[in-house]
Every structure is written in C-alpha cells, then in structure tokens.
Design a protein around this ligand. Structure first.
Ligand SMILES: [Zn+2]
Length: 89
C-alpha cells in the first residue's frame, strides 16, 4: 500500500478483490472510461489492500478507487464510483 501524498488523506482501505470489483463496476457504468484509464495509466502492482479517497468533485460524495498508476509520475490514478471522474492521488 503506498502512502498518501500531501494533504490527500485516505477515506478508507479496501482489499484487492473489493478494489477490482469496484473499478470493474465503474468502468462498466461509464462509457469510454476504460479507454481513458488504459491510455492514461499503467497497471497496478499486486497489493493486498488499497486506499480509497473521497471524490474531490463538488457535491459528488463518491469514493474514488485505485485503477492504475499515472503514466508520467508516481501518483495513483483513481476513478470515482459515483461521477466517473478520474484524478490522481
Ligand atoms: Zn465523483
């Protein structure tokens, strides 16, 4: 599990199985999001647990889950389970 970056305090953690199921459901619910994830991130390493965070989008209230690593830096690439937005943590 990677440590949090700066002020991005994690919301909770989840198992790899929970993370994979959450990301699969998010990608299934948001058209073309899988293409964006594939284009903008690289696959995650094998970890037993992952952090989750609150979505930063105002009024969303969703939880973001790790979907990969950002291609151009060491941040975790995350997707929101409510609005489908992507961001880095
Ligand atoms: Zn959101």
């Amino acid at each position: 599990m990677s440590s949090n970056i700066g002020q991005n305090y994690p919301y909770a953690s989840e198992t790899e199985a929970e993370r994979a199921a959450a990301v699969e459901a998010i990608l299934a619910a948001h058209e073309r999001l899988a293409d964006a994830v594939a284009a903008e991130s690289t696959p995650l390493d094998a970890e037993e647990r992952w952090w989750t965070w609150r979505c930063r989008r105002k009024g969303c209230g969703g939880i973001v889950h790790a979907a990969g690593y950002a291609r151009d830096n060491r941040a975790v690439y995350v997707v929101c389970d409510r609005c489908g937005s992507t961001s880095l943590r």
